[in-house]
Design a protein around this ligand. Sequence first.
Ligand code: SAH
Length: 212
Amino acid sequence: MHYERRRKRLVEELAAAGIRDERVLKAFAEVPRHLFVPEPLAPRAYENTSLPLAEGQTISQPLTVARTLQVLALKGEERVLEIGTGSGYQAALLARLADRVFTIERIEVLARRARRVLDSLDFYQVNIRVGDGTLGWSRYQPYDVIVLAAAGPEVPRTLLEQMAPGGRMVAPVGDNSSQQLVLVRRTAQTTTREVIDPCRFVPLIGKDAWPK
Ligand code: SAH
């Protein structure tokens, strides 16, 4: 069975699991996840599971990523900041759904591989930086949308400050035993928080997160 067919099946699976946003489903149908996972795992790339990357990290489960993207309700004009590039897969999906994507990864070998894969697919609108994402990326702020792909003890403060009014952020919060996916919305006056789902992500490691 070819990758395209498997990818189509995954999209059907996501739709059956409650993903209704047509733009999100289309992005999943277009981005070749098998190129983002380590080569020996490519045959498993369209299973709805997380898979190991180098350096003990993981590419998130497709349904988790799809739920996050659906909650963010991207229209196409947003400036997005992602913390935790990993394979670059979610960054590619975000690039399909928004205008510009800035993504930060603390592990250089992962960032370098992600860059190569994204370049090979012409995702030049994705900007990658190696560093601690809990400190944000002040140069391109404010961001309409911020997405964290790793779980810290709290939502990092600097990231809240780099959100645009009307902006939204999805962040897993918690430790190894229990985590929740939190949606933060910012208006001109207030910031609200809403718990979406229980979840399980790798730890967010940095100045405003867990120590190394
Ligand atoms: N979005 C990724 C998921 C990668 S897993 C994908 O689609 O593949 C989360 C990533 O967050 C890991 O690669 C980990 O190294 C990275 N990470 C953890 N703490 C970080 C921090 N403070 N800043 C940037 N990246 C971080």
